[in-house]
Design a protein around this ligand. Structure first.
Ligand code: DHB
Length: 390
């Protein structure tokens, strides 16, 4: 009896051992991180790559016994390149997850490939509402423009702003920002005498700002993608728009933490609505910012970084739930419904829409300890994307 039990135990131990050896020896779990590392959107790539590497440094590169490998590819934010790089990652590298996606056209270019190959696609940056509807394999950890724009359209009329001209970059997120700001602001009794759109590539804001000066609304509402805010702010100041009594408001992309501290005093007092400020006063965020800065020569993390950091968490947790096995559908199931505390505050991945639900904060640019910051003064809790059609 005793001998048999011993033998059984020995066999079980051996099986366990070979099992874990098999898992350790199995192919690494590959995350294909597609980002604009060069070109106009390069700061987005830099921020997200740094955040993903910080996540790995803090949480290790083995999940449930499986080695994790991060493969970073530069798509230069050109959708044809995104598509080619994604193809290589799926077919040659056999990645388990695709992630990143600095701009909406890049995410949309790859969505059909995610569906076809059953590869989860974690959108860490792009923010047009419809992206999650482009494939059932898309999961988003960034934000949506309707979430941010509606919050501003509710705040402005309560704060003396009755007429607003909108100025947005002419593509998905800009059109979402314009549509959701305008319709909500008008619903609230505001007037939008003009809607202006600037091209994504090499925008020249000067003629548009001149037009705004002539119309002289109470405020100018701006959406430009991460990286373009400083140029808008500079020209806004140079044209003396603030002195002419026109306020600058917008989604928080325009007072991007990546650039904010170098924008100068013209940025002081600018009110924006967004899901993340590096100045968010939670202990989790203070730790995130301190460790991010330590690992990146003092670079301040922006909302792109937090999308990347949270995206890594969503991937790690999903892999854990599969016991290290992975598999497209199992990973996707493990991503849906996750709830966790992000540096931005509480986050929920809506299982129905696969989109992020989080707080939207109203923030004002102020000088704190000699640095410009987006200082939060109000919060809308657990905001779902108002742009969803289903
Ligand atoms: C998108 C890109 C940005 O840099 C941003 O701040 C918001 C949205 C996009 O392309 O979806």
């Amino acid at each position: 009896m005793q001998k048999r039990t011993l033998l059984k135990t020995a066999a079980a131990v051996a099986m366990l051992a070979t099992g874990s050896v098999a898992l350790a020896q199995s192919a690494p779990f590959k995350i294909g991180l597609i980002l604009p590392m060069t070109g106009q959107q390069a700061t987005t790539g830099r921020q997200i790559e740094a955040a993903a590497r910080l996540w790995i440094a803090q949480n290790g590169d083995t999940v449930a016994g499986r080695k994790v490998q991060l493969i970073v590819k530069d798509d230069t934010s050109v959708p044809d390149v995104t598509r080619r790089v994604a193809q290589e990652l799926i077919v040659n590298e056999k990645v388990d997850v695709l992630a990143g996606f600095g701009i909406t056209p890049s995410a949309l270019a790859v969505a059909p490939m995610a569906t076809q190959s059953k590869t989860p696609l974690v959108v860490m940056a792009a923010a047009t509402s419809s992206i999650t509807e482009a494939s059932p394999y898309v999961v988003r950890t960034s934000f949506t423009l309707p979430q941010a724009a509606v919050a501003m359209a509710d705040w402005a009329p309560k704060n003396g702003i009755k007429t607003v001209v909108t100025l947005v970059t002419d593509y998905g997120p800009g059109l979402d920002a314009e549509k959701f700001f305008k319709s909500r602001f008008e619903f609230n009794g505001g007037k939008v005498p003009e809607t202006l759109r600037v091209p994504l590539r090499n925008p020249d804001f000067a003629p548009f700002l001149q037009k705004v000066r002539d119309i002289k609304p109470d405020a100018l509402f701006v959406f430009v993608p991460s990286g373009a805010g400083a140029a808008v702010m500079k020209q806004f100041g140079e044209r003396g728009m603030d002195k002419a009594g026109i306020k600058l408001i917008g989604t928080g992309d325009v007072t991007d933490d990546d650039q904010l501290n170098d924008m100068g005093d013209v940025a002081l007092g600018v009110v924006t609505s967004h899901h993340y400020s590096a100045y968010h006063p939670s202990p989790a965020n203070k730790k995130f910012v301190a460790e991010f800065q330590k690992a990146n020569k003092g670079l301040r993390p922006n909302f792109m970084a937090v999308g990347g950091y949270d995206g890594m968490r969503v991937i790690y947790e999903a892999l854990k739930k599969t016991g290290g096995k992975g598999g497209g559908d199992a990973l996707l199931a493990g991503m849906k419904g996750q709830i966790f505390e992000s540096p931005r505050g509480p986050v929920f991945i809506d299982a129905q829409t696969r989109d992020v639900v989080h707080n939207i904060y109203l923030r004002k640019v102020e000088k704190k300890d000699g640095q410009l910051h987006n200082v939060e003064f109000d919060v809308l809790k657990d905001v779902k994307d108002p742009g969803k059609t289903k």
